[in-house]
Design a protein. Structure first.
Length: 1099
């Protein structure tokens, strides 16, 4: 209508409309129900049509039907035919405006004739064409990408839109809600988007086409998942599917009715013609010629392609990866998919990332990125695929150079990760409401990739300022780790740490220092279900590991004084995240011993390292560690002691006589019996005397005057109590060297043989006394071989050569020993120890002063082989003992680490999850079927108490007592069924059974209590009891149908545990594998690296 003056019905029409809207038919409506509302709606429609040309009215109604059915282009064509004649008609302009909104919002294309539409709207009063507000809102959203402006426009349009006619108003409100939902979705406000899309779904007409239904469905699922409402998202899909089926059934019924009407009309026409020719034809014959109308075709109840793709996305988000992947495989191929709807390609990518293997997910994400390489959301999806499955986070995809995000230069101040760059782009493009979620996701990934570049730091710092530091833990940790990273790199210690970051550590609690925590306010993390933030356990592990790593790095700033505290924090980080490369690297760098080549330093480092080695790790013993430490300590003591020379040989070979000649004084008892022989150690002292060391560790002192009688009068009983004798000597010969006189090993009991061997172990060199009367025996050869293998230098002395007939015999026997034992003995010297002792102890004997010393050749050999090389001998032997101890410790640590790794190397998480998922799926189906089977129990109970009777139906009403009994029966049977199912599951999968006991059982009790409160069983029997008139089988079938919603709810509640199951398995795996793996890693990177470093230094 042009204006009120040119149309005599303008004012009348306005008054009629106002009257129709304001009239109150409440009383009538209460009486006549729906009829009164229909009358009111009809009155409004009639009032609105007053003054609208019939051609315009018909065209706009036709166009409305086309728009709602999804053919906006054809609707625009119908309306454009009237522009020339009715260009000033507001109803036509509003219809064109609504059509333009459909084209822009639903069809996703630029509306045809938009400039013409705006020109037409400018010709009439603005308040008469309120639909133009929706056009501007749609253009702001789709063309200008200004969702905030869209929301403002819709707020201003709310009241003007009320001026539209009733049918246009319903359509306008639907579009208003969809525009608002899409705008809030773009702004990152899922809660508001959900409210608006729910209103839109409630406004959808039964005749709505695919476009409207698809947009409502997609926005609803997307925003419900963004808000973490996975169960509601599935219900949204199921509800949309059911509405579509209902609409299809109604349409099929209408077509069937039309076909029936046409068939009946044709039959009547034929019957009339036949009646004119033969009125007496029998009725039955006429009936026989009647053509039955075709039956209504069945409706395809399968999910549409879009519904199936969205359901796959929801299942993947819930953790049902196998079902999601199966649905994905049933979708059309990619080329056909892009022809149908580009949205399907994105859904395919999302499901592939969440539910398939790495190669497929990365391929799908890269192909999707290639179709729009600059789209931030496509970049983000590619980055998430690389994050989840990529082996090298710093490598951009190479299959299509134009499709890969551009990586920044690889420098200390710029991120080298294409994944990080893609997430940075997504953060830059994110609306204000979504920036915090995107920033937390970026911080999470940057922590994982150890990216502390200026670019990332600046982007996250901007978000922290926007949010006034009320941000997620990842942003806070990234700030802390960035500051620590820079401080460690600069090497200035605590002085290089940002003071604000330093305040976040509790200095009084360290080292290691406690990082103060901050509560998180967000209930849903990350932009959508694919965000790594949506995996609570993995996020929890990363955050905990990063906290421990920050504590370790803060402690490192204090210098090397607290390396143990640093190691504990690094191991704690690895327990949380065994793959944390920086913790592994720092642990390896931390514990490699920085020692020189001095033997004393090596011994000190080995002692410190082995002293820190625990006796057991997670219940597994570190066998041999303590023994190795004792060997190192003994080696250190050996190095500090004077040279020790052991005198060995068979019994009665003349060892004691040799010792006395060696020392130049008669200190060793000679001529004692084998049973009373003792192990004697001669040390240089200030006076004569001895100390008797007994087996019970007691010690007694023997004076110099008592020593010789004590030794000669020693009986068997007393000798058996003695461990060894320590005898002082005062002579200058042999300097400070200690001499150990051991009885022949063939003359010792078991205990004394062990003591003798212990002293031999402590000896730095050995003199072996052969008796010329016996030669070298097989026993002697065996013992000498052991000494040589132990690294000892052995000097051979052929004693008692004075018993041989000639010098030739002496040389012959000496040569024989050299030939037989030359590889063991450094030299073989003939000697008469008795003559040598007499020469040295009886200087007053005739010719003693002029005679050569028989022992001189032995002295020269001792000086040459032992005394001159005393330090070298001790160092070589000590080094050998150190290597033996380190080798023993290394073997022990390797065995413990291998045992820990074996404990951690059980069933892979993916395999365990697949097995548990299958078990949960079977459990839910068995439970579902078991609940449906309760129909037999309820039917039997209803028959038993006389509420119903087979063949007659309901006999009496269900009273309160009956209802309580039936509700209790149902509750007991359902809980018993659940208990039985859980009992069977416990033996198959303990983690899953425990999870269901913890979460499903309380839910089931609450659910059944709710059913009892509303009298579910009573209502069930009252509703379906009449089916008993067809028999007990019919009653059971009816009750089974009534139990189906209950069984469906239980199945949904069970399947909701998929994500919790994954977390429970991961937690169990962390307890059983992460800690052993981390401890094994600590042993390998700290203890073993240290041991290997020491072993390298000893070679």
């Amino acid at each position: 209508m042009a204006d009120d003056d040119s149309n005599p019905f303008g004012e009348a029409g306005k008054q009629a409309r106002d009257w129709a809207r304001k009239i109150k038919l409440k009383n009538v409506g209460d009486t006549l129900g729906g009829w009164a509302r229909k009358v009111r709606d009809y009155a409004v429609e009639v009032s609105e049509s007053v003054g609208v040309p019939e051609a315009v009215r018909d065209a706009t109604e036709q166009a409305r039907a086309m728009r709602l059915a999804g053919d906006a282009e054809q609707a625009r064509a119908v309306l454009r035919e009237l522009i020339d004649v009715h260009r000033d008609e507001p109803a036509l302009i509003n219809a064109l405006a609504l059509t333009a909104v459909h084209e822009r919002l639903i069809d996703g294309r630029v509306p045809g004739g938009l400039a013409v539409l705006r020109e037409l709207a400018d010709r009439v009063e603005a308040k008469k064409v309120p639909a133009m507000h929706l056009v501007e809102a749609a253009e702001a959203l789709r063309e200008a990408d200004q969702p905030g402006q869209t929301i403002d426009t819709l707020r201003r349009a709310d009241r003007p839109l009320a001026r539209l006619g009733s049918q246009d108003l319903v359509e306008a409100r639907l579009l208003e809600h969809l525009l608002a939902a899409a705008a809030h979705r773009r702004l990152g406000s899922p809660d508001r988007a959900i409210r608006e899309v729910r209103k839109a779904a409630a406004s959808l007409p039964p005749t709505a086409g695919e476009g409207l239904r698809h947009l409502t469905l997609v926005i609803g699922v997307d925003q419900l998942l963004a808000d973490g409402r996975i169960v509601e998202a599935e219900r949204w899909i199921r509800s949309a599917h059911q509405r579509r089926l209902d609409g299809a059934r109604v349409a099929a019924g209408q077509r069937h009715d039309e076909a029936r009407g046409e068939t009946e009309a044709e039959a009547e026409a034929e019957a009339g013609a036949d009646g004119a020719q033969a009125e007496d034809t029998a009725t039955i014959e006429a009936d026989a010629t009647t053509v039955e109308p075709p039956e209504a075709p069945p409706v395809d109840e399968r999910l549409s392609v879009l519904e199936q793709a969205l359901l796959a996305r929801v299942l993947a988000a819930r953790g049902e990866r196998a079902r999601a992947a199966a649905l994905l495989d049933e979708l059309p191929d990619e080329e056909r998919e892009r022809e149908l709807d580009p949205l399907l390609h994105e859904l395919r990518v999302r499901v592939a990332i969440a539910a398939t293997d790495g190669d497929r997910a990365r391929h799908e994400a890269l192909r999707f990125l290639q179709l729009g390489a600059q789209d931030p959301e496509r970049l983000r999806l590619w980055a998430l695929a690389e994050l989840r499955y990529g082996s090298d986070p710093t490598t951009a995809p190479t299959a299509e150079p134009t499709a890969a995000p551009t990586a920044a230069p690889t420098t200390d101040e710029a991120s080298s990760s294409a994944v990080i760059q893609s997430l940075l782009r997504a953060l830059e493009a994110a609306p204000a409401h979504a920036r915090a979620a995107h920033a937390q996701e970026l911080a999470h990934v940057a922590l994982r990739y150890e990216d502390f570049s200026d670019t990332v730091h600046a982007a996250l710092a901007a978000v922290r300022r926007e949010q006034h530091d009320l941000v997620g833990e990842e942003l806070r940790l990234h700030r802390v780790r960035t500051a620590l990273h820079r401080a460690l790199r600069e090497g200035r210690g605590l002085a290089g740490l940002d003071p604000e970051v330093a305040k976040l550590f509790d200095a009084e609690a360290g080292p290691p220092y406690r990082l103060r925590s901050q509560p998180e306010l967000a209930h849903v993390l990350g932009p959508d279900e694919l965000s790594p933030l949506r995996d609570p356990l993995r996020r929890e592990c990363l955050v905990a590991a990063q906290r421990e790593l920050a504590i370790a790095e803060r402690t490192m700033l204090d210098g090397p004084a607290h390396l143990d505290a640093v190691e504990r924090a690094l191991v704690a980080a690895l327990i949380q995240d065994p793959e944390l490369a920086v913790a592994r690297r720092r642990l390896a760098e931390l514990t490699r011993p920085a020692v020189g080549e001095r033997l004393e330093d090596l011994l000190a480092a080995a002692t410190e390292l082995l002293a820190r080695l625990p006796e057991e790790v997670l219940g597994l013993p570190v066998r041999g560690g303590q023994a190795a430490l004792e060997k190192v300590i003994a080696a250190r003591e050996r190095l500090a002691r004077p040279l020790t020379i052991a005198i060995m040989g068979e019994f009665s070979a003349g060892k004691s006589t040799f010792v006395n000649a060696l020392l130049g004084e008669a200190v060793a008892p000679m001529g004692v019996l084998p049973t009373t022989n003792t192990i004697n150690v001669f040390r240089r002292g200030t006076g004569r005397g001895a100390r008797v060391h007994y087996r019970d560790a007691s010690i007694s002192t023997v004076s110099a005057d008592e020593l010789d009688p004590y030794l000669r009068n020693l009986d068997d009983e007393e000798a058996n109590r003695i461990r060894h004798l320590e005898i002082d000597r005062v002579g200058e010969r042999m300097g400070d060297a200690a001499v150990v006189d051991t009885p022949g090993l063939n003359a010792l009991d078991e205990y004394h043989e062990k003591v003798a061997r212990a002293f031999i172990e402590e000896a730095d060199a050995v003199v072996w006394i052969f008796s010329a009367t016996q030669g070298g025996t097989a026993t002697e050869a065996g013992i000498l071989g052991e000494l040589r293998e132990g690294g000892r230098s052995v000097l051979g002395v052929l004693n008692k050569v004075d018993t041989l007939d000639s010098e030739a015999d002496r040389e012959e026997l000496a040569d024989y020993l050299r030939e037989q034992l030359g590889e063991v003995l450094v030299e073989v010297l003939p000697l008469s120890a008795t003559a040598a002792l007499a020469h040295r102890t009886q200087p007053e004997a005739p010719d003693a002063a002029n005679a050569p010393d028989p022992f001189a050749v032995v002295d020269d050999a001792l000086e040459r082989w032992f005394l001159r090389r005393a330090r070298e001998l001790k160092a070589d032997l000590t080094r050998r003992r150190l290597r033996e101890a380190l080798d023993q410790a290394k073997a022990s640590v390797e065995a413990t680490a291998a045992a820990l790794e074996a404990r951690a190397g059980r069933e892979a998480l993916s395999v365990a999850l697949a097995r548990a998922t299958a078990a949960l799926g079977k459990f839910s189906e068995d439970l579902h079927e078991g609940l449906l089977d309760l129909d037999e129990l309820l039917a039997r109970e209803a028959l038993a108490i006389g509420i119903v009777e087979a063949g007659e139906g309901t006999r009496r009403k269900v009273d309160e007592q009956d209802g309580e009994y039936l509700d209790a029966t149902l509750e007991d049977a359902a809980m018993r069924l659940l208990q039985d199912q859980l009992g069977r599951l416990t033996g198959e999968h303990e983690v899953l059974a425990n999870l269901l006991v913890e979460r499903l059982v309380p839910w089931a009790r609450g659910y059944l209590a709710g059913l009892a409160a509303r009298g579910f069983a009573r209502e069930l029997i009252a509703t379906h009891g009449r089916a008993a008139n067809r028999g007990e089988r019919a009653l059971r079938d009816a009750l089974r149908g009534g139990l189906r919603p209950l069984a469906d709810d239980w199945r949904v509640a069970t399947r909701e545990q998929f994500r919790e199951l994954e977390r429970a398995l991961a937690r169990a795996r962390q307890r059983s594998t992460s800690a052993p793996r981390a401890e094994a890693l600590r042993l390998r990177t700290s203890v073993l690296v240290g041991l290997e470093g020491l072993l390298d230094a000893t070679n």
